[in-house]
Design a protein around this ligand. Sequence first.
Ligand SMILES: *Cc1c(COP(=O)(O)O)cnc(C)c1O
Length: 353
Amino acid sequence: MKVTLVKERKQKPDFSNLGFGKYFTDHMLVMEYDDSKGGWQEPEIIPFDDFKISPACCSLHYGQGIFEGLKAYKNDKGEITMFRPRDNFIRMNKSAERLCMAKVDIDVVLKALSELVELEKDWIPTLPGTSLYIRPFMFGSEAFLGVHPSKKFLFSIILSPVGSYYAHGLEPTALIVEDVYTRASIGGTGEAKCMGNYACSLLAGEEAKKKGFDQVLWLDGETKQYVTEVGSMNMFFVIDGVVCTAELDGSILRGITRDSAIQVLKKNGYKVEERKISIAEVVAAYKNGKLDEAFGTGTAAVISPVGTIQYKNETLTINNGKMGKITEWLYDQITGIQTQRLPDPFGWVYHVE
Ligand SMILES: *Cc1c(COP(=O)(O)O)cnc(C)c1O
């Protein structure tokens, strides 16, 4: 692979105060796709820099853009690992298919990513809760204004050392059930990790923040009766000791943390159900004292406890607004596997050479 190094490396930020996605490493990966040149070109590592794109670049107009998010860790022996990276590229190819974009060769991008992470290993923070966030993304890069799928794409990976996703760390969040706007519906792009899903969810998020909530709890697009996801996380409830999450119906993002949580819970004897969960059921469980815990799952925050849920005029205060036992146990299990503090019976940890 062609590698062009920076002349001088940047000064590293304070690793004890990183926030999320504010700092970027010295280098990035780029790989171009061009139909007229036979498809994907060789990946390249270059200094982190601005792209030069045409004002007619199709993705600026029609939104052909997808992304992924995963993390790399470094243990006290200096070993570098990533968490389930192959699953991210499998999902990226599914998103690509839905948006008429080119699919990547998973082995090629995994190898190129490993080389990039190895090159930037001094940027991997090691304090508890910190990691190197990896952002692969791709957009249509052809310049035209007619509406059709792009014949050129730019695939890139940038890296960002990160701390906790939420400024308040593992404090339980306050959610409001959104009953006006929707983010996805059956047949739409809810299952694809695409730009547009985020653009269409911002307004609800801003309105929720103005009312003092952290995130929006989304309902299904058709009936607005069933809970789907929260912000950029999958949503779980513990109802009467059973862990439940929305079934994957095409409108819900196939979270890798969601899948990890389900597998860890099942392996440890918890009952897990993937099914339709109505907001009425959640409210009824709360009133009967059976809504034990609620949490969200996603790469950025891993497991995020939910303290309160506002639905119309009702405030559901879960577990007295404190993090629940299963939530905390799951956080420790998954972050333990990710950071090699705990054994990895699932084969999820990928070692970077
Ligand atoms: C990325 C994402 C998630 C979480 O997926 P992970 O693979 O666990 O990071 C959940 N919901 C939405 C809408 C997302 O974009």
